[in-house]
Design a protein around this ligand. Sequence first.
Ligand code: UGA
Length: 429
Amino acid sequence: MKLTIIGTGYVGLVTGTCFAEVGHHVTCVDNDAGKVKLLREGGIPIYEPGLEELVKKNVAAGRLKFTESTAEGVRNSDVIFIAVPTPPQPDGSVDLSFIERVARDIASAMTEYKSPVFKSTVPVKTGEKVAETIKRYCKAVVEFDVVSNPEFLREGFAVGDLMKPDRVVIGVRSQRPVAAMREIYEPFKAPIIVTDINSAELIKHAANSFLALKISYINAIAVLCEAAHANVQEVAHGIGLDERIGRRFLNAGIGFGGSCFPKDLSAFIKIAEQIGYDFRLLKEVQRINGEQMERFVKKITDTLWVFEGQKIGVLGLAFKQNTDDVRMSPAIDLCHRLQKEGATLRVHDPKAMDKAKAVLSNVTYVDDMNDVGRDCDALVIATEWDEFKNLDLDRAKKALTHPIMFDGRNLFDGAEMEKRGWVYKSVGR
Ligand code: UGA
């Protein structure tokens, strides 16, 4: 099928590329001329494993192209996916100005039946409002159907998540666009559920909030484990084998971050408030997440005692593994807190150092992870990159003034570290 995607951020670019990969002809639209130029020249604005090869392959095959013109995108397809940002406002609610702008642009370019499909995470009832906007700004008298089709991909695993989705959710106001949506997703061989549009919008916020809740739950258990001399990883394993609970998203650490969970939680709390429900459960999820970071910083400052003037090596800057994204990164937050306490930092991340430079200054960026600890008083693990498990522990131990490690992601085995002569502190163990 011929498809158009408006917005080439994480969601838009990966979605467009994967649609092309299964055989659709895709036009990706972005109003950022620099980004369109870069993509046309074969460059990729983000780091996402496997994406670059797929973009190149599908551009070469003539199934994927990039333009700045929304009108061209609207002309090229009856189904127009919208994947523009929905950033948070200071009060936690969602800024829908990009969505509104795109709705107007689509409306003014429409001359025949179209289905604008929302991939961006939006508050419940946005689809209804967008339909009113399109009706208001569409000069021609044409029919259209607004659809909600929330995206569930994780950064760092986006291509895999998109090619093999757990489910596809299609929220509609009428049955007319359903056949086309089913045809688009047919090659992905995933369960498809068709709901009313408000339910589809709610599913996305409800899913992300539940996952964040799971993380805060295990972080709260980690506090208990520390007090009771138990091991949170064994507890997570023991409860996670119950299929009703599941082991995934039960990794204790320094809390969740990124451009989705913190924003979506605040938005969902705000949406609930506007509908007349005080979502105290989710407020508690936020509180536990904030406290988790404070507790970890306290663990470091308590151990190193007179903190001012200490030099600390930090491994990890991205908000999680496999990405260069540092938005709302707990690792960056941790660095800022350590700096505020008076520490000097040497930092390393396999992919996120360039992006970190814009938000983290007065630190030494180190290219080799094995060199981060040089002349430092302690090492801190802040992001769950798998490759940190391959750290040369003997070299690190020699480079440090004292072999102390604070592992905020539980990557190493405590007994093994102690056997090797480390003072090793992790989370909930
Ligand atoms: C999240 C959801 O997982 C996706 O399903 C969703 O589509 C996406 O938001 C979105 O709304 O676009 P993402 O933000 O890429 O995806 O990252 P996650 O893998 O969910 O991790 C979020 C944070 O939780 C990270 O800081 C990570 O370190 C932390 N985390 C995750 C834990 O602390 N413990 C865990 O067990 C899992």
